[in-house]
Design a protein around this ligand. Structure first.
Ligand SMILES: [Mn+2]
Length: 247
């Protein structure tokens, strides 16, 4: 678009980053609030970065999707149609995003982490579940869940059963999660960010801990995204300026 004075008018396009909605049922408050938020992004968002655990459980098939997620997938499809790019960095609840995400929705899916140049800044993005290098048990489980035999298993087990197994596993892991939340992740987040700054990143952003946090020093800026359950927090980037917000 060009104005009469010949100055080009580009609509103010921003980038949005969010994680940890842990969506279960379309009737849930956080689910409805996310759909509402996605609606506000149409036409003004260059890229939506989803940093994992958007779904309480997802595995991707070619022709099948879990019915509980149809409203969200429709919201994402509409965003794509409005010209927004979608980058999905897999979490510990949603992986094997699969062909529905890559081919039908046309998202860029990264299984682990991503390095991006955003408005001239080097930005490191990850879900954050791999941040604790001492957690050997989790790392082993993660490798199993993402292994080829499990991929094959997911392909041959009826999706209805997989959904049932995941719901059961979700209930089991709730008790572990409660333990996890007692621990303050701030030292871990700081150590991780410092290591990435040393590698040349200026912005380091992760989710996973359900704790919104923004810290800045001379080396760079660190964001923890919080969640879309209690905080409804997200990061917005407008012309290279990153800010932690809530909806
Ligand atoms: Mn997580």
């Amino acid at each position: 678009m060009t104005s009469e004075e010949g100055i080009s008018i580009v609509p103010d396009m921003k980038d949005i980053f969010l994680a940890d909605a842990h969506l279960r049922r379309p009737a849930d408050a956080n689910y409805r609030k996310l759909l509402e938020f996605l609606g506000t992004l149409e036409g003004n968002t260059r890229t939506l970065y989803l940093l994992g655990d958007i779904f309480e459980f997802w595995v991707g098939y070619r022709y099948v999707v879990f019915t509980a997620y149809l409203p969200l997938l429709e919201g994402l499809r509409r965003l794509r149609e409005a010209g927004t790019e979608i980058v999905f960095i897999e979490g510990n609840h949603d992986f094997h995003m699969g062909l529905y995400f890559t081919e039908i929705l046309g998202c860029r899916v990264l299984p682990q982490e991503g390095s991006f140049d955003i408005d001239g800044k080097r930005v490191f993005l990850a879900h954050g579940d791999l941040m604790d290098e001492a957690d050997v048990g989790y790392r082993r489980l993660r490798r199993v869940l993402r292994s080829l035999p499990l991929k094959v298993l997911i392909r041959i087990i009826p999706p209805d059963w997989t959904w049932g197994i995941a719901a059961w596993m979700g209930r089991v892991s709730k008790s572990q999660q409660a333990r996890h939340e007692k621990r303050n992740p701030t030292p871990l987040l700081r150590n991780h960010a410092t290591a990435r700054f040393t590698e040349g990143y200026q912005v380091v952003m992760t989710g996973h801990f359900h704790l919104p946090l923004h810290e800045q020093d001379e080396q760079g800026e660190m964001f923890a995204l919080g969640d879309w359950i209690r905080d409804f927090s997200y990061v917005e980037c407008d012309d290279g300026a990153f800010s932690l917000r809530s909806f």
